[in-house]
Design a protein around this ligand. Structure first.
Ligand SMILES: [Zn+2]
Length: 163
């Protein structure tokens, strides 16, 4: 069992996986164009599992945990990760901003008045705000689409907290 929340950093080609991990509530960074030395530093300092696709590029370094995915598709990659880290047990779907990985907080309608369409403000009473980018989330069609996609991939998503 992990004694701290599991965190990840993914290689650039794995951005779809990175987003899926955020969707499931996991702390996941994408490497983007960071140099290997910077990724190594982040992985060690923040105790992130470095998810990669190419075994030949594994420059094994003390203190880093690597995870090599072999599937080319997100559902298969998630299954591989689940087998290793019990992600289905740890997931907290839709608790994180998809854009910047920050945690969302539940806010009252008054706080998001100018940041959501009027019909949404009228028909919903639970809103989630990203404290980093200010993006507002609610249980709308976008979130339902994501939940449907996760379900198609075999991830049973419990919508907690009325999300
Ligand atoms: Zn954000």
């Amino acid at each position: 069992m992990e004694t701290f929340p599991i965190r990840f950093i993914t290689d650039p080609g794995l951005f779809p996986l990175c987003r899926a991990l955020r969707m499931l509530g996991f702390d996941a960074l994408n490497r983007s164009n960071l140099k290997s030395s910077d990724v190594i530093e982040i992985a060690i300092e923040e105790r992130r599992v470095w998810i990669r696709t190419n075994p030949e590029e594994l420059n094994l370094q003390y203190g880093i945990r690597y995870f090599l995915v072999s599937s080319w598709e997100v559902p298969g990659q998630l299954e591989e990760l689940d087998r290793q880290f019990s992600l289905k047990f740890l997931a907290d779907p839709f608790s994180r901003c998809l854009k910047d990985n920050a945690l969302l907080r539940l806010v009252p309608r008054e706080v998001v008045l100018n940041r959501a369409p009027e019909n949404i403000l009228k028909s919903h009473d639970r809103f989630y705000e990203c404290l980093v980018c200010g993006r507002v989330y609610w249980q709308g069609s976008h979130l339902k689409r994501m939940a449907k996609r996760l379900a198609e991939w075999g991830w049973i998503i419990k919508m907690t907290n009325g999300k």
